[in-house]
Every structure is written in C-alpha cells, then in structure tokens.
Design a protein around this ligand. Sequence first.
Ligand SMILES: Nc1ncnc2c1ncn2[C@@H]1O[C@H](COP(=O)(O)OP(=O)(O)OP(=O)(O)O)[C@@H](O)[C@H]1O
Length: 269
Amino acid sequence: MESEGLHAHAVELVRHGRRILRGVSVTVRAGELVAVIGENGAGKSSLLKVMAGELRPDGGSVSLDGRLMTALGARALARRRAVLPQDLALGFDFEALEVVLLGRYPHTGGGESSAERAFAMHCLALTECAHLAHQRTTTLSGGERARVQLARVLAQLGREGEGGRYALLDEPAASLDLSHQLALFELLARLTRESGIGVLVTVHDLGLAMRYADRIVVLRGGSVVGETPGSLDEELIRTAFGVEAEVRRHPQVRHCMVALNRVAHPGAG
Ligand SMILES: Nc1ncnc2c1ncn2[C@@H]1O[C@H](COP(=O)(O)OP(=O)(O)OP(=O)(O)O)[C@@H](O)[C@H]1O
C-alpha cells in the first residue's frame, strides 16, 4: 500500500446491482490539485464519495496516508479530509458563520472560542463571503451558498499542522459566476501550493481543469480512460465526451484552451 497521499486502488463499486466504478485507481498527493472530468453518469461523484470514505467500495481499497479508510474513525477522518457534496441540504436555517463553525467541530468538539470564530471569519473571507456571515443560509443565492460551504471545508481542513489535509469537492464551480469560478480555482491552486492540501475536484469546465489541475483524471462508464498532467488532447476529449474539439496553447499565457466543434457521433448515447 502506498503511504503518503489519498489513494483509490482498483476500486469497484456496485449500487443496486449496477457496476458504477470498474477497477478505478486514483491518487491525490499532498500539495496536488487533481481534477476528475467525464460525461454525466461517468462515476465522478461516486468516486469522490468512495475516496471520501462515505461509500465503501465493493472491491479494491482506499487509503489515506498509508492507513485504510475503513480503519479510521469518524472523527479522525473528519480531521484529515473535508468534503463538499454536490447537493447539500442543511436541515436547519443556520447563519453562514455557524455553518463554517460546524467545520471546526471535529477539532473543537463544539467549543466556540473567539479564536475559532475569528478563524471561521478568515475562511469566509477567503471565499469572499465575509459580508454574508450573519445571513441565514436559506436566503443565500446558490453561488453564495456554495462559497459558504467551501469556507466550511476550509475551516474543517484547519490551520497548518492540524492535519486534515485533503479536500474533496464535487462540482464546486457549478453555480458560480465566471469571476467566482476563477477565484475558486485560484484559491484551490494557492491552497495546494502554500498549505500542502491535496485537492480532488470534479469539474465540467475543461478550461478550468487544464488551467489549474496538476493532473486530470478522465472517467467514462465507471473506468479511467485517461490521466494526464494538466492538458488534454483532442483524442481523449473525443473518447470521454464524444465531442470533436481543438486544443490550442494560448500564445501569451501558458495554459491550453479548448474550442468545442461538434458532437463526434450525433445521437450516440
Ligand atoms: N444508488 C444508486 N443506485 C443506482 N445507480 C446509481 C446510484 N448512484 C449512482 N448511480 C448511477 O451511477 C452512475 C454514476 O453516477 P455519478 O453520480 O457518480 O456520476 P457523475 O459522473 O458524477 O455524473 P454528473 O456529471 O451527472 O454529476 C450514474 O449512471 C448513476 O445513475
């Protein structure tokens, strides 16, 4: 078993008799931003849930820094990794700051010192929603709610040295406007570089994935069909999405851009 990092090794997942993940192996190391892309139903969220320890694989294993996920207790796990699910329904109408403080629970057991509140405010500021601290989450816009939840994830990951160093984020950019999508990925890239946090993120925007990810994992039909450091080629996009695309390196900036042309096989499922 590999030691450092979050590893899915030959993971199989079956749900209600359907094989959803087939022999999937993915690694996220400390300080690395790994993007998972793939068409609807490819298995991205399922993989994220398995790697978060929320779903038990039916074959293979998941380990976190050399320990099997199944051997970690709930609180230890909550200090080591934080999850942003795709659709999170809160049962209570909390203020945004209270939601972020929930992220501190695995560390504090529920105490709310002024230092904890200041740290929670700091996390809200990182995701540009300090001004929403005392607004009820039911009254937030979709994008604002996503940013508050991201602040909760950051609070759960904690200060450096506290442990809890992996963030698993399921389509965090889905409801964000253009500027906040960029700000989110800039923040994630900075966190991986400066704090050594490992990030696994599912994303539909290939441009964001190519610009910010250290590695891109491509899923199709529950299998990994490609893995590439930061740039996709046209063949892989065709394989993964059935779409003809052109990938060009921008002359001024170092990252690649993708121009989608047409569906490769119109009507194909
Ligand atoms: N509990 C379940 N029972 C049966 N099928 C399931 C279950 N959970 C997921 N699936 C199926 O597994 C497949 C993968 O789902 P998953 O949510 O992982 O896809 P995804 O790649 O995240 O898709 P999207 O881009 O639409 O969010 C889908 O076809 C889905 O219908």
